[in-house]
Design a protein around this ligand. Sequence first.
Ligand code: AMP
Ligand code: MG
Length: 412
Amino acid sequence: MISLGAARRHVLDRVPRRAPVPVPVGDALGLVLGEDVVATEQVPPFANTAMDGFALRATDAAGAPVELEILETIAAGHAPTAEVGPGQASRIFTGAPMPSGADAVVMVERTELVDERHVRVEIEVPVGNHVRPAGDDLDVGAVVLSAGEVLSAAHLGVLCSLGVGSVLAHPRLTVGVVSTGDELVEGGQPLAPGQIRDSNRRTLLALAAGAGCDVVDLGIAPDTEEAITAAIRRGVSTCDAVLTSGGVSMGDIDLVKVILDRIGDMRWMQIAIKPAKPFAFGLVDGVPVFGFPGNPVSSMVSFELLGRPALRQAMGHTSLDRPVVRAVADGAFDRRPDGKTHFARVVARHGADGRVHVDSAGGQGSHQLGAMAAANALAVLPDGDGVATGGEVDTLLLGDVPSESGLPIDPA
Ligand code: AMP
Ligand code: MG
């Protein structure tokens, strides 16, 4: 057996980061930025009002209440036509440009219309009151996003507010997924003796999509060299990476490792982890092929520990793994020394004590996808005798961790 660290190094060394390419902002969510973005415009582009009210000269409101002449009404999207002089004001709505001459806004709630042409301002206001200056958010020359940042919804908004239509970003990988096995069938038809339904393909397609990849369904390949070879060849000719499941164990009919050895540069590994001990990884025509084990939980854990980090690295991420927290074990995690690190499927939640707590999600067999589906985390049990109730355990968070309390707001 080799360590998980050695297996990961082998894979990560062979899946290099891909060079950035121009990507339209609309396709860039979740991609890693490959350049610094410098603002070439001011945001907001002009001084405007943050409130509905009246634009005036602050000095005119000194000694309020005062009565001012109304010049015009300025709505968002429209340019002022008149300069505000002494004793004058313009009605203005949020987002509208400040008229020249005015240096402050008094909110409408602090005014009263005297007649159609006159307004009474009831309070004094300082210069700049409710005025959002040009460049108040982003100023020309500022580095607003840096290479290496993962593009979020807010980042895309920043790019749009600057009029940037495309950015250099590390491209999404296209990942093909094939299931191998004579026993596998698709769909809901009655099963013949010995048949099972293929679950790995849908799961791995979903995991790769969740990792930010485009995915291609390469179907089911029965356990023949011809079928598996054809599926892998089709995959490497159209995809940036190929994920297979099944056929990497010790048996004679475990053909994926045989085929990867023949058509590619393959390493077959026995990794000191449970589940997901067997794993094959090869380059076929330079395209990485991940041979995950067939058991459904094993294929998912193998993807998490070896597949996802490599795909993320290729897409430019520097943070490759899920977050790890040191959690409190709400139940005992029993195990025996066997030279392996165990990954237990657990339900993690935030406790009232501010700690993350974990408990078993159910049956821990590598065929028991039910518990994996119920889990939102993997507790990492080092070689040894397990973790007692109340003990601490490093935990890989696969999804959101619910908390006991909701948003701290008054529900009324
Ligand atoms: P293998 O790794 O091919 O020896 O398969 C190990 C176990 O996983 C066997 O019980 C297979 O039937 C099962 N298995 C393999 N591929 C899949 C799949 N795509 N979906 C569900 N179970 C599978
Ligand atoms: Mg098989």
